[in-house]
Design a protein around this ligand. Sequence first.
Ligand SMILES: Cc1cc2nc3c(=O)[nH]c(=O)nc-3n(C[C@H](O)[C@H](O)[C@H](O)COP(=O)(O)OP(=O)(O)OC[C@H]3O[C@@H](n4cnc5c(N)ncnc54)[C@H](O)[C@@H]3O)c2cc1C
Length: 384
Amino acid sequence: MDLPKTADIVIIGGGVMGASTAYHLASRGVKNILLLEKEQFFGQGATGRCAGGVRYQFSTEINIRLSLISLPMLERFEEEVGQPIDYRQCGYLILLTNPDDVQQFQYNVQLQHSLGVQTDWLPGDEIRELLPMMNLEDVIVGTFHPKDGLADPNSVVMGYINAANRLGATTLGDVEAIKINQESGKIVSVETTAGKIDTPLVVNAAGPWAGMVGRMADIVIPITPLRRQMLTTTPLPEIPSDFPFVIDFAQSLYFHREGEGLLTGMSNPNEITGFDQEVDPDWEIAHLESATMRMPLLEQAGLLSHWAGLYENTPDAHPIIGATPISGFYVCAGFSGHGFMHGPVTGKIMSELLIDGQASSLDISELDLERFESGRLIKEYNVI
Ligand SMILES: Cc1cc2nc3c(=O)[nH]c(=O)nc-3n(C[C@H](O)[C@H](O)[C@H](O)COP(=O)(O)OP(=O)(O)OC[C@H]3O[C@@H](n4cnc5c(N)ncnc54)[C@H](O)[C@@H]3O)c2cc1C
């Protein structure tokens, strides 16, 4: 399809944020929406490389509230959007081995309870009984929420893209935004590898690349890319079908069932900012050593696949959602490694901001871009 010459709204980025925003705008009747994705296919950035985890277990009120709206939207996704997404409520079991984390999690669980999220507090012995295939001698306690779980990121992106298209939105792959033009502090057009589009509104939904897209409009957006990697194994019949999403919090090491095997990932604390998406073989060895200590069954498994992707980190591990000092230029990015699950609610909120001028689903004023200048940071503890 040819690039339109004009659009009412241009969305830059075809990951979960861009796709959800396009769908929610289109479902509110906005017609002339154009979504641009630089890759040939949608959802090949952070979204397509993510672990697919969805959870209520956060340490800040705003993240818990985003989950409280977004996860039920995922539950209703097939009914609303017409696409199955393989949502499995296997629960997240977060293992705590360090007394400082135990103390912080006591606060987190209290906050979750106060907001209606009934996370369970499990003693170490109970966890050892539940997961006899793991080495858990050092686990003090764990937290478990049965409605946390997994969903398929590609199905969510394609569900939103296809539904947005049915409602009249235009979504184009292989088109990269390269310049954003403004006049007297207002957005006027976007230049791309396929030509120029006149538009008064641009949504920067470029995930780990959102800082670069910000620079195209001369706006500093403090989002930095950070490589994270994971792998899947050949079948392990000893892993039960109801195995939860298990996180060894102190090591940022996690496991969940993927097909008949396991998916495991571990965050490298020494990783440096950058756009490299190649698997780091040295870190893979370190990761596998730690993973095998926890899950000795891994010695019997083969490597099925491995890949790396980019977290889109902000200085306080919370997203940036809202307007910028340039009239017509909006940001919806920076979810810092846990944004797939907040894609549904964020797209809805973006549609409210763009159509109504304010968000009615949730007060997201604390997630504004300005907080970094004024020092209003909101630190999230539960970053994996
Ligand atoms: C290894 C890993 C594991 C993760 N695990 C989880 C998890 O379990 N649960 C969870 O909720 N989150 C997880 N995340 C985080 C989650 O993937 C992200 O928060 C979320 O996908 C961000 O979505 P996005 O749409 O903002 O970014 P993206 O999916 O990266 O989409 C941005 C898109 O913009 C495109 N783009 C960039 N620049 C331009 C341009 N100039 N022109 C046109 N297009 C452009 C990119 O190609 C990309 O497709 C994980 C991330 C990684 C890397």
